[in-house]
Design a protein around this ligand. Structure first.
Ligand code: ADP
Ligand code: ZN
Ligand code: ZN
Length: 752
């Protein structure tokens, strides 16, 4: 028992607890400590940086075992009370150790101890130095004399300023320092004061009636929490709604947090925000270097940046005077972190953050997630509809091409070829979508039946003809493309098609028509994507072939035809969300057609033209599809009609992966059967907890490891979370837990 003051610290370790440290009043450098500040502490043989969570008068740990805080890194909390509370909530909800959650919310440089405020060194004269300068000293040393003169009159200069004025001066500075004439001080750089409430920069189009209603509804609730779903068909002008809402928030002296799926894919959105608002704006995304990310984070922390626009982890960005949160393309799966330790949904956390901050949140999409639509149905969110395209454009016409009854050449059916020809002749541009990169997904020997396999995955290697490589799209394995079968020596051939082969086919079919391809193989550097976009926008290229990349955010007014080459992968997956993804992709890519004045046409090639979900999508659009899909989910009791958590693991053998989860299941059953099981039973009958699995993943072997999963499902969220609270410590204590890598995923959105 210690009765001296201690600080409870969250440390980046997998242990689900705080750690007590002594705070000797006599001497922690950087004292005083307050909640939300970073501290450096001894931990075993290491020194770790953690976050002070609370200061307490005493501890259960005896004095002699308490170690002291070594250093306080911050003079003001890096997490304010609201941020700490939000992150504590997230740690609780996702059942992840608070120390790791806090760490995940900080840029790496700050985790490693970088200062919260940018610091700069400035040089200035001591009184003795000032006197020396006045006497014109030192007589023999022109550089030193020049330096004294430059600093005379009590002013201080930075290294950059001295470089500019004097050229080389550091040696002179050292000599003057030795004589006690010169000192350096560290200061926080003078920043331009945050500009006053912003006024709109460039003018935007006058909002149409639907946009006006949406803007009004959101703006009416500025200052209080409200959840809005901006359900606007592609091209309906959702961005204009965001811009106007943000503008209004800024007039009230508030800032905006805007989350987008992937910055690289939404350069137009970033551009429109920059153009509209002449205020500092910070962009946070995964392509930033660590120093860039630190700078961006500081801009937001200091309140200088009034708008923070970023991808997933930007949901944790510090904001002064938050006024509104916007999540664009809210259905996008990249908002869910599904790797690493702390697995969270940035969209869902954005809603919680808005709730706690008392500000509105706008979830925008042409294809809202079924969960989101169900939240609308349950009255939790208000749906705002933009049913018409903003500019003159009319909605595109969708039709199916039955692959079973059409001639197909290298993946492209005759009706599609004819349509492409027609649209090109009419002066339009064409977009061809195929969700598979590379030349062909299979390399086959027709003599012995050998198929190029990945050694480390349950997968085939993809042929990349241009690069003459065989690559695994799951583990990255990469080898030379063999000319003959390694088994029998016969010639090999490629089967199936990827974007590379489609590009080749289209180039042969339409000689003289410039065709560009867009996928991860061609877009490697920043700027590649912009260049492709520019060529399409300028009409230098007439056909664009690509993967998922072509479906997002771009606005090409002259694209009049979209061809979806293979719509079928989505209907036969083990993941109950696959049809939803497919429908979203089809609607999004179809939205690229006819954005300008000319009407658009969309052809969807399929071998299953009678699939009921595809039918409802074509006949009644996304709303009809969503109704049909939600009714299927309800019958099967899948989310949003139940809550899921997945425990996933991987091991060197399939047996080890299954063994841990089998024991995990047993532990769960014991918990349920024991006295405490009553706590997990729901008050409502028939809403008990279900355990599904364990089962090997659909692709069990990946990168040399075997993957498996165990699902826990309940229609009662509170019961599920009470169960997880009790179950996780039991899992951590299992001996087999140490033989696998495992993680819990609450609200998983990718099942396998
Ligand atoms: P979405 O994000 O909903 O797909 P955008 O915001 O990209 O749609 O808008 C599509 C196009 O319509 C853009 O070129 C935009 O400048 C234009 N636009 C938006 N609102 C209006 C409006 N009220 N009047 C005229 N054009 C508009
Ligand atoms: Zn062979
Ligand atoms: Zn592989």
């Amino acid at each position: 028992m210690s009765s001296s003051p201690v600080v409870r610290v969250a440390l980046p370790t997998p242990l689900r607890r705080l750690f007590d440290y002594r705070t000797d009043p006599s001497g922690v450098p950087g004292d005083p400590i307050g909640p939300g500040m970073r501290v450096r502490v001894p931990f075993g043989r290491q020194r770790l940086i953690g976050i002070a969570m609370e200061v307490a008068a005493g501890s259960d740990i005896p004095d002699e075992r308490l170690k002291p805080v070594l250093e306080v890194l911050d003079r003001q909390p890096i997490f304010d009370p609201a941020a700490l509370a939000l992150l504590a909530w997230a740690a609780d909800y996702y059942h992840h150790p608070i120390g790791e959650v806090l760490t995940a919310a900080l840029p790496k440089a700050l985790r490693l101890g970088a200062t919260l405020e940018a610091r700069e060194e400035r040089w200035l004269l001591t009184p003795a130095g000032a006197e020396a300068a006045a006497r014109g000293e030192p007589r023999r040393g022109p550089r030193q004399r020049a330096l004294l003169a430059a600093l005379a009159g009590g002013q201080s200069l930075t290294a950059a300023e001295l470089d500019r004025q004097l050229g080389s001066w550091r040696e002179a500075a050292r000599a003057l320092g030795d004589r006690g004439w010169l000192v350096t001080v560290e200061t926080i750089p003078q920043q331009a004061a945050a500009p006053p409430a912003a006024t709109a920069g460039g003018p935007g189009p006058e909002p149409n009636e639907e946009q006006r209603v949406a803007i009004e509804r959101v703006c009416e609730s500025l200052g209080a929490f409200a959840g809005f779903v901006l359900h606007g068909v592609t091209g309906s002008g959702k961005t204009e709604v965001y811009l106007r809402v943000v503008e209004r928030a800024m007039r009230l002296g508030r800032g905006a947090l805007v989350l987008v799926p992937e910055i690289g894919l939404t350069p137009q959105l970033v551009g429109r925000f920059r153009q509209r608002f002449p205020v500092p704006m910070t962009v946070l995304h995964s392509a930033l270097t660590d120093p860039e990310r630190l700078l961006a984070w500081r801009e937001a922390f200091s309140g200088r940046a009034r708008i923070v626009l970023g991808t997933r982890s930007a949901v944790f960005a510090p904001m002064r005077d938050l006024g509104v949160i916007i999540v664009d393309e809210e259905h996008d799966t990249s908002f869910k972190q599904h790797e690493g330790g702390f697995r969270y949904s940035a969209r869902d956390l954005a809603v919680v953050r808005a709730q706690r901050a008392g500000v509105p949140v706008v979830l925008g999409s042409a294809t809202p997630a079924l969960e989101t639509l169900q939240n609308v149905a349950a009255g939790r969110y208000t749906r705002l509809v933009l049913a018409r395209r903003a500019a003159a454009a009319v909605p595109p016409r969708l039709s199916l091409v039955d692959l079973r009854s059409s001639a197909v050449r290298a993946g492209i059916s005759t009706p599609s070829v004819q349509a492409i020809e027609r649209h090109l002749q009419a002066g339009g541009q064409v977009l061809v979508f195929l969700n598979r990169r590379g030349y062909a997904p299979t390399l086959l020997c027709t003599a012995c039946g050998w198929i190029a396999p990945c050694r480390d995955c349950d997968a085939r290697l993809t042929v990349h003809l241009g690069a003459a490589r065989l690559r695994c799209h799951h583990c990255g394995a990469d080898s030379a493309l063999p000319e003959r079968c390694p088994q029998c020596g016969f010639a090999v051939k490629t089967v199936g098609q990827g974007t590379e082969r489609i590009e080749e086919t289209l180039t042969t079919l339409f000689p003289g028509v410039a065709c560009i391809r867009l996928d991860r193989d061609v877009v490697r550097r920043r700027g590649d994507l912009e260049e492709a976009m520019r060529r399409m926008a300028a009409g230098e290229a007439r056909i664009l072939v690509g993967t998922q990349m072509v479906t997002k955010g771009h606005d090409f007014p002259n694209v009049t035809l979209v061809v979806v080459l293979n719509a079928d992968q989505g209907f036969f997956s083990t993941d109950f969300r696959a049809p939803e993804r497919l429908a979203q992709t089809i609607v999004q890519v179809a939205g690229r057609a006819g954005r300008g004045e000319k009407a658009g046409e969309v052809l969807i090639q399929t071998e299953f033209p009678d699939h009921p979900l595809l039918r409802s999508l074509l006949a009644e659009g996304y709303d009809g599809f969503a109704r049909a899909a939600l009714s299927e989910r309800s019958q099967a009791s899948w989310p949003p009609f139940s809550r899921l958590a997945a425990v996933r693991d991987s091991a060197k053998t399939a047996e080890a992966a299954l063994a841990f989860l089998t024991q995990a299941r047993k532990a769960a059953e014991e918990l349920r059967a024991s006295g405490s099981g009553a706590r997990f039973a729901s008050r409502a009958p028939g809403r008990a907890l279900r355990l599904l699995g364990p089962a090997p993943a659909a692709m069990a072997k990946r990168a040399g490891r075997y993957h498996a999963q165990l699902l826990v499902e309940s229609t009662d969220r509170a019961a599920l979370h009470r169960f997880l609270d009790a179950w996780l410590p039991a899992l951590e204590a299992l001996p087999s837990a140490r033989r696998v890598r495992w993680a819990l995923d609450v609200d998983p959105i990718e099942l396998f």
